[in-house]
Design a protein around this ligand. Structure first.
Ligand SMILES: *[C@@H]1O[C@H](CO)[C@@H](O)[C@H](O)[C@H]1NC(C)=O
Ligand SMILES: *[C@@H]1O[C@H](CO)[C@@H](O)[C@H](O)[C@H]1NC(C)=O
Ligand SMILES: *[C@@H]1O[C@H](CO)[C@@H](O)[C@H](O)[C@H]1NC(C)=O
Ligand SMILES: *[C@@H]1O[C@H](CO)[C@@H](O)[C@H](O)[C@H]1NC(C)=O
Ligand SMILES: *[C@@H]1O[C@H](CO)[C@@H](O)[C@H](O)[C@H]1NC(C)=O
Ligand SMILES: *[C@@H]1O[C@H](CO)[C@@H](O)[C@H](O)[C@H]1NC(C)=O
Ligand SMILES: *[C@@H]1O[C@H](CO)[C@@H](O)[C@H](O)[C@H]1NC(C)=O
Ligand SMILES: *[C@@H]1O[C@H](CO)[C@@H](O)[C@H](O)[C@H]1NC(C)=O
Ligand SMILES: *[C@@H]1O[C@H](CO)[C@@H](O)[C@H](O)[C@H]1NC(C)=O
Ligand SMILES: *[C@@H]1O[C@H](CO)[C@@H](O)[C@H](O)[C@H]1NC(C)=O
Ligand SMILES: *[C@@H]1O[C@H](CO)[C@@H](O)[C@H](O)[C@H]1NC(C)=O
Length: 625
């Protein structure tokens, strides 16, 4: 309740800045009204004409020197006692086109049991990719590193980024790896997308990053990126999911090698433990993974957080998996996220409870048992809700409700040691109450706030009834957030420039958002994903796809507004991770390219887009020495 009041008054205070009546065209604030150009008369003169424009040609910032041997925790040989009695083995690949059948039926965790996890699902159009073994990298040719022509206009401020500002790129395993049935991995819920969401197409191949990771890391490092954010599929580490089951040696070796390569390339690895890839064994019924409207559900696709498998809760099983990964890699990994956008995979109140408690347990394991010196967080989603009319209290309350539901549900306990917000408790009748003991255990279990502020959305109350009516009615069409969302403000204009999908370019709202987050949750803020799917980009010719000005403008505008939050508003903004380093599988299609590189879907060849250079150069060109 207290928080609610705090948020409302904060939002009202910000709202007062909104209306600036202007008579005629806006003045050029940065130019002196009485400078010489304000009154001088241009002097004309003839001269001999020639084509003598100069082009700037320089190669992109070369890769930084390999990271020194800084470690963030003891190595596995010294942490192995924290995850006792691990056995490792391997299972290899499942290929439905092959006639080979395992002969060890009945052996627990044997090849036949492993294969049965694949044959149990009625896959449609199961395909393998071009590659079945790791491809050795080649240096990126200089010809690919020539800078593109700059955007004609850029930000005018002279603000800088601090030395340690995180500049990263992100992607998730299920959207880039492919090789889904290779090297011991077992199915995850998103592999079966077409089975629970008819009409959408599965991903068995994605970008084949599992075999092309060396080249991908080479390409990303060559651009001057400092942090490589990736996720590890639980089912590639523990194909049989549960505590006490054998660890997949091929999976461990793969990520071990990937992490070492990231370090050798001069970057630092940053790991997400769960990113939309729950082992399929948790689900009693694959067709019920979709969260139907009218059921009081919270997210869209059930990540199974509230489920159990063989009477082991998701929470316990996930913590076991997380400990195994952390114990193996904590020595070399400075940043960890337990969950990515958990709200969207939550079916009910028990889902949220499991996520928060699993997160807190892993945080304590990392800090107290591993004694890691890196940072831990979890990444939350919320397309920032801004009031339709900032001077209207109903609209402000609706926006506050919308943001609190998505953020304070996790943020109150984790960052403030406070109970869930009313926005969540009033809407989700089966929420699990947090005891004082829970809150003291959960309080402070994230080192920084992580947000994916792709865009903003315009919010007002439900049109015919109230937020409270909707919150109490599980079949209300506006659930779960119980507000009206639109893209237009009271001016009649769109909130920003539209993309291929839900993202509108909303940089000034991004600055407000950083203020909201920092002042509400009182922790440093990192942007762990942001990006822009240019409209119909995939329909263009290759060269035209590479020249992606709207994406460049998006990144430059957001970074520029973020700098204002940093320097003018006092916000502790610590870093950015672009989504994504290449176009990838966007849960059913490849049409919405969010990438900084194109991927030829036939050949898997990657090419830099112009925005990749401009994203890096914007930060590095302004970084303090
Ligand atoms: C220019 O205008 C500003 C106010 O707009 C004033 O303070 C300043 O004295 C003026 N300078 C000159 C040289 O007229
Ligand atoms: C782990 O760390 C210990 C102590 O620093 C060192 O002696 C050992 O060689 C390391 N083991 C590996 C596998 O790196
Ligand atoms: C590990 O194995 C040892 C010896 O078999 C046993 O005493 C111990 O309880 C086991 N620990 C766990 C956590 O299973
Ligand atoms: C599965 O079969 C492969 C190839 O024969 C073998 O290397 C591997 O050890 C087997 N895995 C298990 C768990 O039996
Ligand atoms: C499977 O392939 C057929 C033929 O290309 C296609 O029509 C169908 O949509 C595909 N189904 C899925 C789920 O991808
Ligand atoms: C699985 O779920 C679907 C959709 O909810 C339902 O139609 C079907 O009857 C369920 N099957 C079983 C075996 O429970
Ligand atoms: C799960 O627990 C129930 C109730 O205690 C029990 O009947 C069932 O056998 C257990 N299942 C497994 C796989 O352990
Ligand atoms: C405030 O907004 C609400 C809902 O959008 C609307 O019903 C109401 O008329 C507005 N009030 C004013 C004073 O504009
Ligand atoms: C949560 O932890 C912070 C930092 O230790 C502390 O200042 C705050 O009082 C705690 N909150 C509650 C509700 O205990
Ligand atoms: C709940 O919402 C549904 C769908 O809008 C509506 O038909 C129903 O009357 C509402 N129930 C209550 C109790 O308001
Ligand atoms: C993909 O590469 C192939 C082979 O180079 C080429 O023929 C095709 O046009 C490329 N596709 C696109 C969309 O550029």
């Amino acid at each position: 309740m207290k928080l609610h009041v705090l948020l409302s008054s904060g939002a009202v205070a910000l709202a007062q800045q909104v209306y600036l009546p202007v008579d005629g065209p806006a003045s050029l604030l940065q130019c002196s009204r009485n400078g010489s150009y304000a009154t001088a008369i241009p002097a004309h003169s003839f001269r001999e004409f020639s084509f003598t424009q100069t082009e700037t040609i320089r190669t992109a910032t070369s890769r930084p020197a390999p990271t020194t041997t800084t470690t963030f925790a003891p190595n596995y040989s010294r942490l192995s006692s924290l995850v006792p009695n691990l056995t490792t083995t391997q299972w290899g690949n499942w290929d439905p086109a092959s006639n080979a059948t395992p002969t060890d039926a009945g052996v627990p965790y044997g090849n036949a049991s492993w294969t049965a996890l694949w044959t149990a699902i009625p896959w449609v159009n199961f395909t393998r990719g071009l590659y079945s073994t790791t491809v050795e990298p080649t240096p990126v040719p200089t010809s690919e590193l020539v800078l593109p022509p700059p955007e004609p206009f850029g930000p005018e401020t002279c603000y800088t980024f601090p030395k340690d500002f995180l500049l990263g790129v992100a992607a998730s395993a299920v959207q880039i790896e492919g090789a889904v049935a290779d090297e011991g991995r077992t199915p995850v819920h998103m592999d079966a997308l077409s089975l629970f969401s008819p009409g959408r197409t599965d991903n068995f191949v994605a970008n084949e990053h599992y075999y092309l990771y060396k080249q991908d890391i080479e390409r990303i490092a060559s651009m001057g990126i400092r942090y490589y954010r990736f996720s590890i599929p639980w089912s590639r580490i523990l194909p049989f999911v549960l505590p006490g089951t054998p660890v997949n040696q091929q999976g461990l070796s793969h990520y071990d090698d990937l992490i070492n390569l990231v370090l050798e390339s001069g970057m630092l690895p940053a790991i997400v433990l769960h990113h939309t890839d729950t082992p399929i064994e948790f689900y009693p019924n694959v067709s019920s993974i979709i969260i139907e409207p009218d059921t009081g559900g919270i997210g869209y696709t059930d990540s199974g957080y509230h489920l159990s498998y063989e009477n082991v809760s998701f929470e316990d099983a996930f913590v076991n998996y997380g400990k195994i990964v952390m114990a193996h890699f904590a020595d070399r990994v400075p940043i960890w996220w337990t969950f990515n956008e958990p709200l969207l995979g939550a079916r009910n109140g028990h889902s949220i409870d499991a996520v928060i408690k699993a997160h807190a347990r892993l945080y304590h394991f990392y800090k107290s048992d591993i004694k890691g010196t890196g940072k831990i967080s979890l990444t939350l989603n919320d397309n920032f809700g801004v009031p339709r009319d900032p001077s209207n209290d109903s609209d402000v309350d609706a926006a506050t409700h919308f943001n609190a539901f998505q953020l304070a549900t996790f943020g109150n306990p984790i960052f403030l040691g406070q109970d869930y917000p009313d926005a969540f408790k009033d809407s989700v009748s089966d929420h699990v109450p947090l005891t004082a003991e829970d809150l003291s255990y959960i309080n402070g279990t994230a080192d920084f706030f992580s947000i994916q502020p792709y865009t903003a959305t315009v919010v007002s109350p439900p049109p015919t009834d109230t937020i409270a009516d909707c919150a109490a009615n599980i079949s209300h069409p506006l659930r779960p957030y119980c507000v009206t969302q639109s893209t237009t403000t009271t001016t009649g204009w769109n909130i920003g420039y539209a993309s291929q999908s839900y993202v509108y370019t909303t940089p000034t709202h991004f600055r407000t958002y950083l203020n909201y987050l920092y002042n509400t949750f009182r922790a440093p803020v990192a942007v762990t994903e942001f990006g822009f799917p240019v409209f119909a980009e995939d329909a263009k010719k290759q060269a035209d796809r590479e020249f992606d000005s709207p994406r460049s403008v998006y990144y430059q505008a957001y970074l520029s507004e973020g700098l204002k939050a940093l320097w003018e508003d006092g916000v502790d903004w610590i870093g950015v991770f672009a989504w994504s380093w290449a176009d990838n599988w966007e849960f059913g299609d490849y049409a919405q390219g969010f990438g900084l590189q194109t991927v030829n879907r036939t050949t898997m060849v990657r090419r830099y887009k112009k925005s990749f250079f401009e994203y890096v150069d914007f930060v590095e060109g302004r970084r303090q020495k």
